[in-house]
Design a protein around this ligand. Sequence first.
Ligand code: CP
Ligand code: NVA
Length: 324
Amino acid sequence: MSTAPQGIATTVPQGAPPVRHYLQFADFSTEEYHYLLERAAFIKNKFKTYVRHHPLVDRTLAMIFEKASTRTRVSFEAGMYQLGGSVVHLTTGDSQLGRSEPIEDSAKVISRMTDIVMIRTFEQTKLERFAANSRVPVINGLTNEFHPCQILADIFTYIEHRGPIAGKTVAWVGDGNNMANTWLQAAALLGFHLRVSTPSGYEVNEKTAAAPLGTGASSYQTYSNPLDACRGADLVTTDVWTSMGYEAENEARRTAFAAWCVNRDMMAVAAPDALFMHCLPAHRGEEVEAEVIDGPQSVVWEEAENRMHVQKALMEYLLLGRQS
Ligand code: CP
Ligand code: NVA
């Protein structure tokens, strides 16, 4: 029989609350989003006024990237340091994940040494398998199916500029991809109208998003013509025609998506104070014209920065719960 010296945790403490993960937008309630969005504003204000906010001293974030990233890497890494914690960065190429170590084994090991994990990977099921074997909270940093941290930042950015998003109209122009699926979930939870215009064959998969097609808020409507989707919209948003992992379809997509380029005409039929967002990276001249993304209605740089502020609120919430 071995006795562990005091002070070394060998098991998860008895009676510890179940670990919360953030694998898709639907994992949190409307009420939790109201808290998180307010908390993100508080945390952003601290950052902007150079006031130290160190709730996560001695906590370590593991970041696992199986796909490329600029914003997600920098926002999580800088954000965790700003919260007083530290970061371990892993990629497929420089870890045993790339040499076929089972994701379950990786999860068991990594979650014994760190306090929270962010993963960017391919299938959502891979993220779910990691989470099922993790002792610590797991955050989705983008999968083929969802990108919840991005939509959290987008909604925060909308509210910062225009006030509450409930009852407003968001137009999605482009691929029925991870971003679109996540917008569907967000509309259902936060009560805004979502209009989705995709080329034929690239529609959102309603089953994946688990959100209903319908007519009111908390539902979405589809439009075959992107201009119709943008008419009167309070926010027009798009994303690349070809997401990471789908590069083999690039040529076919270029043809199919040619009319799904957010241009001056689309912004002209949107509400006069409509905003434009794009999660970035962007391809000017493909999914968006330069005059739109670089124009006065675009808030893409604030949107990118806000990734860091909302994710700091998210990590604090997952590790410490609600703060007064
Ligand atoms: N928007 C976003 O997730 O950007 P990166 O791919 O650079 O992380
Ligand atoms: N839909 C894009 C988003 C990139 C941040 C992708 O998955 O590649």
